[in-house]
Structure formats: C-alpha cells, structure tokens
Design a protein around this ligand. Structure first.
Ligand code: HEM
Length: 497
C-alpha cells in the first residue's frame, strides 16, 4: 500500500517535472520575456547568477536579448540590460515600479521603522532633501582634515601598516575599519566615532549581518543572527536617541554634522522629525555609505598597485596642485585633482559596488519597441555595470585606464535634462552607460560625500606611500550585497622619503 502510494507520488512528481521542463522549451509566449532555462524549479538560476552576475547577464543577453526573466529562489526576476534598460528602471513611474516593495523586507529590520523603504516614496524624497542639506561644501571643507587625522591615527596602529618603512598590508582586514572610522568621524559626529572605540564595531557587525543575500531571499527565516541584528539595531538606535537627547538638553549652538542637520529639519507642514526617525536615518546612512565606499577604496588601491606609474602621476598632480612642499589637503582644491577623480570613476566603472538594482513591477509593463510585456509581480532588474564594461561604450573596456576620462564628456553633466523628485535637481539621463550612483528618484545622495571621502583617502595614500599589488588585481566576490574584492587583497607598501 505504502509502496504504491510512493510510486504514485513519484509518477505525479515526474510528470509535473517533465511538464515544467517542456514548458520552458516549447511554450514560449512572444508577449512574455523569454525565461532563462533552468533544471531546478524554485532555485532557478540562483547558482550561476550568484557566482558571477555579470557572466550570467552576458551569457543570457547573447542567448535571449536585452530582456529576459530568470528564476531566483522562487522569485521571477526580469532583467532589462543596456542603456534602455537603465532608463526603463531608473525613470520608471512610481505607479509602475516600487523600490519599497523590492527592498523593504531587507532594509527595514536593519535601518528601523519609518525611514527609507518603510515610508511612502514622497516621505523618502523629503528625507533625502533633509540629508542632502547636511552634505554641503561647508561640511566637506571641515571634514577633509578630520579624515586625514583619522587615517594617520588608524594607519599608525593598524596591523600590516604601522610606523615602519615598508610592509605588506591586508586591505580586506583594514580598509573597511578605516572607512567606518573616517566616515563616522565626519558624517556621524564625534560621539558616534567615540562609540566605535567602545563596542560599536561589534554592534555594527551584527547589524550588517542582516544585509546578506540570504536575508533578501528568505527574510522570514528565524536565523540566530537575525536576533543579533534586531538587538544591535535596538542598541544602536538607543545610542543615537541618547545623543539627540543630550544635545537638546545642553542647549548648545547647533553644529553642522548630520545629527544636528536632521534635528533642525522640518517637514513641509512644519513638523520636526521625530527622534526615532533621526536615529534610524543615521543608521541607514552609516550602512549606505560603508560597504560602497570601503569596496571602492580597496578596488582603487588594488588597481593602482597594478599600475604603479599611475601612482607616480597622482603624486605629481598632488605637487602641482598643493605645491612641492605638499601643503595640507583642502576641499576647495579637489576640483583641480583631475587624475584622482578619473581614478575614482574608473574604479567605479570596473567595479560598481551595486551590481543589481531592483524594483517590484506593480502593473504590466510594455517594453517599448518590442511585443514584450513584463508582468506585474515580477522584479525588474537593471545592471548599469554591464554597459559600463561594454566595448560599445568604452574601448578596451576591461582595462584600468583612468586617463580615458580625460577625453570623455561626462554624460552626467552639461546640457542634459534635469528633474526634481523632491530632493533637488538630478539629471534625468539614465540612458548613460555609466551610472554607479543610479539615477532618477532613487539616485544616490551620497555621491559628493563619497567622492570627497575617497579623494581624501587616495590623496593621503599617494602622498605617503608607494605600493604594488601582491598577486595581481583580485577577482570579485559577489557573495555579499556589494561587489567586494576576493581576499586576500594585499599590497606591498613603501613609505615615501
Ligand atoms: C562609492 C560610494 C557609493 C555608491 C557607489 C553608491 C551607490 C548608490 C546607488 C547605485 C544607489 C541607487 C539605488 C537604487 O536605485 O536602488 C544609491 C542610493 C542611495 N545612496 Fe548611495 N552609494 C554610495 C555612497 C553613499 C553614501 C556615502 C551615502 C550616505 C551618505 C549614500 C546614501 C544613499 C541614499 C540615501 C540613497 C537613496 C536610496 C533611495 O532613494 O532609494 N550612498 N547609492
């Protein structure tokens, strides 16, 4: 009896499976995006996408064209590659595409309630406006020397750096810490930076563990680390709430850091921000800038170490702009550091930290110029990193060649259409092949801060060290939410005379 039940179930399962495979091969509906062939239902293309999304995208593009659907752990993801795909996603209408529905299950437990994707889009736009007002040139002028001081303190004591004349540094072990110290000292204020000397780093680590692909795919799994994530969020939020309370009670003159900026911000109807909104926004900012900037400085140092002649050109540029004696860095001179800016762009072109940008499709969407309709319920995916490394737009696209930017008009600047989604004018030009900071209503507001931060880090390294990359430029590790270099990431450094 039991045996016959099992064989019936097996036969039904097998018939279903054969139908599933046959459906993929023979039942192609021209009005739907082609589905990437996969042997395993539910899992779909998770393994190939997860190992190297760009290899996966390019192979699928060659086989299916710019628009295709793949299955990722039960979700239907429709990728739209190329500049048209970038534009389609970044400039999509609010009624058609939702970032909140794509990301909120991942971000809300980490950032907390009532901020970012836990609020309606118009509230996020107002929040972005408040944050942007705290990221001005006056702040940046003050931040540059703070970053330099933090770097000196950190590098003097950091393992694999230290006060010696030469050494081999482990970037993966040191750069994320240095990034968080420098970013927190500036953007987050003195109290938060002090917190990193006193246990904040462990909390940050626990919170960060909530930001993994597994949380994106299975947000409901009762993992022990999700408990640690929630505990870390509560303690960190409490820390910010105490800072806000103390500042209020002290009746000090408001300063210019981000907490002060948010404490002084008012919604359009005159309401101030609630304390927990400020606390959660600060956590969101800490997380948004950390991995992206840490990954980028590691890529920059590795790429430069593979072409030490560019390090010497950067050193010459420092002397040209700051004089032979190398007077201290100042933000107002950064506009003249052309090569540093090209280096940052080139690293972001080759290794944009965010490889997949997602939105949930809210109603059926016709793809212009084709018969294809992307069904509601799918996730739409754009990958600007594909166009950024495409020979069609960048000759010798795989080469690290910062000087290519010298002769290139920046598609993001100049006489292009601009639009205001509520947080200031941004370029509409999402059809650009180079969009490491995104575009449209969800465009990054941290770009200027990140550029100032990276410019200061690179300039300081160049002034003080020469280095070469040990073992070649690393491969990419796609196992976390951002594209990090695959360890070990080592450089052999030598202190300049
Ligand atoms: C190299 C550094 C960085 C890179 C490459 C980067 C990249 C991006 C990208 C691609 C987006 C768009 C995401 C989407 O459309 O789904 C974005 C949004 C955003 N980023 Fe950054 N980012 C960087 C640094 C920062 C920093 C330092 C901050 C904070 C100071 C920050 C805060 C934000 C915020 C608030 C958003 C808006 C999210 C939204 O509206 O949905 N980012 N970033």
């Amino acid at each position: 009896m039991v045996v016959s039940m099992v064989s019936i179930l097996l036969s039904v399962g097998l018939a279903w499976y054969v139908g599933y495979i046959a459906n993929q091969i023979f039942n192609r509906d021209p009005k739907r995006p082609p589905v990437v062939f996969h042997w395993f239902p539910f899992i779909g293309s998770a393994v190939t996408y997860g190992i190297d999304p760009y290899v996966f995208f390019r192979q699928c593009r060659a086989k299916y064209g710019d628009v295709f659907t793949f299955v990722l752990m039960g979700r239907k993801i429709t990728a739209y590659l190329g500049v048209k795909g970038n534009d389609f996603l970044f400039n999509g209408k609010l009624a058609d595409l939702s970032a909140e529905e794509a990301y909120s299950h991942l971000t809300t437990p980490v950032f907390g309630k009532d901020v970012v994707y836990d609020v309606p889009n118009h509230v996020l736009m107002e929040h972005k406006k408040f944050i942007k007002s705290g990221l001005g040139f006056d702040q940046f002028r003050a931040y540059v020397p703070l970053i330099v001081n933090e770097m000196h303190d950190f590098l003097a004591k950091a393992p694999t750096w230290g006060p010696g004349k030469s050494g081999v540094a482990d970037l993966l072990a040191t750069m994320p810490v240095m990034t968080i110290y420098t970013a927190s000292r500036t953007l987050q204020g003195e109290e938060v930076r002090a917190g990193f000397n006193a246990g904040f780093a462990d909390l940050y680590h626990d919170l960060d563990q909530g930001f993994t692909p597994i949380n994106f795919i299975f947000p409901w799994l009762p993992l022990p680390r999700n408990k640690r994530r929630d505990r870390a969020h509560n303690i960190m939020a409490e820390t910010y709430l105490n800072i806000i309370k103390k500042r209020r009670a002290a009746h000090e003159n408001p300063g210019t850091d981000m907490i002060w900026t948010l404490m002084g911000s008012r919604y359009r109807d005159g309401r101030p921000l609630k304390d927990h909104e400020i606390a959660n926004m600060m956590i969101a900012l800490l997380m948004a800038g950390q991995h992206t900037s840490a990954a980028t400085i590691m890529w920059i140092l590795s790429l430069l170490g593979s072409k030490p002649e560019v390090i010497e050109m950067l050193y010459e540029e420092q002397k040209r702009v700051f004089g032979k004696e190398l007077r201290p860095l100042d933000f107002d001179s950064y506009k003249d550091l052309h090569l540093v800016n090209y280096v940052i762009r080139e690293a972001l072109r080759l290794h944009p930290p965010i490889h997949s940008i997602m939105r949930k499709v809210k109603r059926n969407l016709a793809v212009p110029g084709t018969k294809i309709v992307i069904p509601a319920g799918h996730h739409l995916l754009a990958a600007p990193g594909v166009t950024a490394t495409d020979e069609e737009f960048f000759a010798h696209a795989k080469d690290f060649d910062p000087e290519r930017w010298n002769s290139r008009v920046n598609e993001d600047e100049g006489d292009v259409e601009r639009v205001d989604y509520g947080y200031g004018l941004v370029t509409k030009g999402a059809a650009s092949p180079f969009l490491p900071f995104g575009a449209g209503r969800h465009r990054c507001i941290g770009e200027q801060f990140a550029t100032m931060h990276l410019c200061t880090l690179v300039s300081t390294f160049v002034r003080e060290y020469k280095w070469t990359t040990v073992g070649g430029v690393p491969k990419v590790d796609y196992s976390s939410m951002v594209a990090l270099p695959l360890g070990p990431v080592k450089i052999a450094w030598e202190r300049r005379e």
